[in-house]
Design a protein around this ligand. Structure first.
Ligand SMILES: [Zn+2]
Length: 87
């Protein structure tokens, strides 16, 4: 009787545990990517509502930029313009 238990019950228990563990991993991996997206410059994840999306290049690939990187680019651009106009 113990032999039968080992052959049938243990593999089923192991299989169920494996299925449960892979399902939990899938849930945690798909959830943030549906809501969040990576900024193309700093690679940090932000909610899509906080990002500005822009099609760039010949293939019109869609990139997303966070407010912090856009602000940094703008400040760099302003500094460059003031340095060039001052000389
Ligand atoms: Zn960024």
């Amino acid at each position: 009787m113990f032999f039968v238990f080992c052959i049938f019950i243990i593999p089923i228990v192991v299989l169920v545990l494996l299925l449960l563990s892979t399902r939990q991993k899938d849930d945690t991996e798909t959830q943030p990517t549906e809501i969040n997206k990576e900024c193309a410059i700093c690679d940090k994840e932000f909610p899509i509502s906080e990002l500005t999306e822009q099609e760039i290049g010949d293939y019109r690939r869609l990139y997303a930029f966070c407010g912090y990187c856009i602000e940094n680019l703008y400040q760099d651009h302003k500094k460059k313009l003031t340095i060039e106009s001052g000389e």
